[in-house]
Design a protein. Sequence first.
Length: 512
Amino acid sequence: MRHFGLSPIGLLLVCALAGPATALAQTSASLPPVTFTADQDHQNMMDQLGIKALRPGPSGNEKAPNHANYDESKANPFPDLPDPLTTTDGQKVTTPQVWWDKRRPEVVEMLEKDVYGRIPSNVPKVTWNVTTVDHEMIGFTPVIAKDLIGEVDNSSCPKINVRIHMTLVTPANAKGPVPVLMMFGRAGFPYPNEPRGEDLDRINKAMKALLVQQDPALKDIFAQHPAWDPVKGTPFQFPQLNEDGDLPNTWQLVAAGWGFVLLDPASVQADDGAGITRGVIGLVNQGQPRKPEDWGALRAWAWGAGRGLDYLETDPAIDATHVGIEGVSRYGKAALVTMAFDQRFAMVLVGSSGKGGATLLRRNWGEAVESLTGGEYYWMAGNFMKYGASEATFGSKTPGDLPVDSNELIALCAPRLTFISYGVPEKGDAKWLDHQGSFMATVDASRVFSLLGAKGLEVDGDYHSAKMPPVNTGLLGGQLAWRQHDGGHTDAPNMKYFIQWADKFIGHTPPS
């Protein structure tokens, strides 16, 4: 309690005077938002959990004494995964009904409690406003771009403002509602429509007149340089191609008759521990520190994506039944979390996500649970830190004590379209990400897709024995897909395969 600015006795007195259970909430609301460093917030959560020491995470430097393990013979200290098709009381899940009614809710509960945290029931509403509409060209495709702000109601804590920034782009000549891929990343107009021709001439004449009014001597200078203009049109520039030589992802999407959304995660929740008492997490907590089961940044970003989908469901240009979510690296984790928990999303492209995403938490390869309980603890629920504890009031825990793993996170996406994407270490998609661990998780999740009438990965054997396919050989025949491209830390070389794969399943035909 000491971090709240009141002594424990003082806080108790305030609560006693205030009365019933609402007193503590009223006290929090009256306090100024807490300002912590990331280290202070991390220590605060350790104190709440009774953790005295955490195991340090491994180093990414292979020459360091505590370097990460890259020996496959040591990679599976906890070789048996939690079974997505066995309930907590030992019942085998053999029908879709048992999955939906009993097992899926169990998996959701474990992931919320121990890994990603719970979205509070009192998250305020979001009101979307279209701030600007621009008619642009992306390649040879005319598009309509809308910039939007989602104002999160902060009446419960006026000192914290959250304004979700999102840009929606759709083909201008579409014959009807289009599928959309929402992408985590910086929002903003992709190719702003600039004034040209007579409009640009008028701007330059006005600019010169204003400059002469400010400094009359400039009139002679302009007379000596009559062809010079203060404002010049931007010359046509060829786009920066993807690693595989293809056009940028956004060009590919609109050319294929898709729309896309750029959603800025930082406008929902900061990507650091110091910001955890701000953003939407801080707003709901009225500026006070999290409790152990509260949501982390990954879940907050996923919540923001859901609010973006709320808007898309109201836009007649969008086929809201076919909206996908995409992200790379930490945003790949967030994309998978979004898809797993919000069943309105029809598809996902998970790029190079690593621990906390598609890779098995139990695996001892590269990035570790201890990497997340230390530096990136704020991505996860506070309770997740328990599994990196070496000394605590509850003893110690390891990743093997986790009741759930990423095979079950992927299983929550079933039977919807789920594409797991990676690159290769030689091009910068680091070994740290554990491509093999992600493949193992995807193989095991296939069983749930099959149970629900979808098609999983076509491989021989189970997650212990199935062999990863060669690079650039995709397993794209079912609703659960895997492809490792020969590029780096990006999903761009897989975008054309994702579009073709998704079009096949959703029955979408690209414009001729």
